[in-house]
Design a protein around this ligand. Sequence first.
Ligand code: ATP
Ligand code: MG
Length: 409
Amino acid sequence: MSKSQWGTTIAGLDIGTTKTCAVVATATASGLEIIGVGEAPSTGLRKGVITDLEETVRSIEAATEKAERMAGVHISHVYVGVTGEHVQSTNNRGVVAISGEDREVVRSDVKRVVDASKLINVGAERQIIHALPRQFTVDGHDGVTDPVGMSGARLEVDTHIITGGNTFITNVLKCVHRAGLEPAGLVFEPLASSAATLLAEEKHVGVVLLDIGGGTTDIAVYSGGGAIHTATIPVGGNILTNDIALGLKTSTAEAELIKRTIASAVKDDEHGRADFVVKTLDGRTTVTVTRAQLRAIVMPRLLEIFRLAKAQLAERLPREVILAEVVITGGGAHLHGIEQAASEFFGLPARVGVPTSVTGLTDAVRQPEFATAVGLVLFGPKGDGATWHNGRSATVFGKVAGWFGDLWN
Ligand SMILES: Nc1ncnc2c1ncn2[C@@H]1O[C@H](COP(=O)(O)OP(=O)(O)OP(=O)(O)O)[C@@H](O)[C@H]1O
Ligand SMILES: [Mg+2]
């Protein structure tokens, strides 16, 4: 990275179902340094999708202000996370002739072939958010990661294409604009979470990431270095809280506390107390609950989330794909014993993923619930030209994003 690029700031905005998180980073000699983080409660979303514009705008403003104050910079452009069941993914292939006189692949050929892979019918209601190259093939030789400079006549690419529903995306962008910000690009959230938590080697060997948020569980599968499947399921950690509240006839706040301090995902766990006292809804009486009773509420729901994720993998992954690990992130990854439960369920080693690959306020963000927000500043600039969608794509920031893209590749 050249000295002239140091000090450029870049921001990410994760509008979640439970919290909005803004992250500001600056480019330094050793990579990205986080200089500001702001968090605010979010109540304007359900299952990852905006249901209350005003509440969401307020939440964005509050989170952004905090991050700006901490960083001491003004945030104007943000990479924005999107998720929800409207987001869908598929794999496609593009083919072009290598056009230059000397038949050497240049950057514009790469862009042309990726664009060719985007020629799929997504319907009038949807738009492409990402076309991520997985591998290139030059004159029949596959497995090429960067074809620029190679000689040949025919260039092919396999891409992972992610599309989203226009109306859902428009609502996200509307909130961002109303909060006084310019969207620099949209990023499907599991890609951001993966950028912050997964190692290049894991992506190569085969890994599945589960970002268990409040209202959604985002899934990303990598093999051979690239994303081969991404999806989201409309259930997250909040459903465990709801079940505890219903099962123990207590308030949501009390249930959330029980989940965070006593609940465990491990069968014969000695975690927490053998039994505990719970205030009933009216607050006037208490009941004693055993660890086994709590587990009987929590475990079926957790396993249901795992089952839905596994069904996705069984349905969408080619048979030859081998997975070597499960990485769990998002706030739901805090559940006691979740690594062991995931490992037993999927029959694979499991670990909790926290943001790495950044410096600066690392203690503040080294928690699974910040994976998406941190990942937005890592992935956003090098995204595949994930653009925003009111027809004005050639912004000054677009150019900044361009060189940032070169920087991190
Ligand atoms: N210690 C803990 N134990 C269990 N669950 C926890 C703990 N801490 C947080 N959670 C859960 O994590 C979830 C919130 O995670 P996160 O902040 O990643 O969600 P979000 O990004 O706001 O939502 P989404 O990604 O679904 O839109 C909540 O369900 C919360 O109860
Ligand atoms: Mg989230």
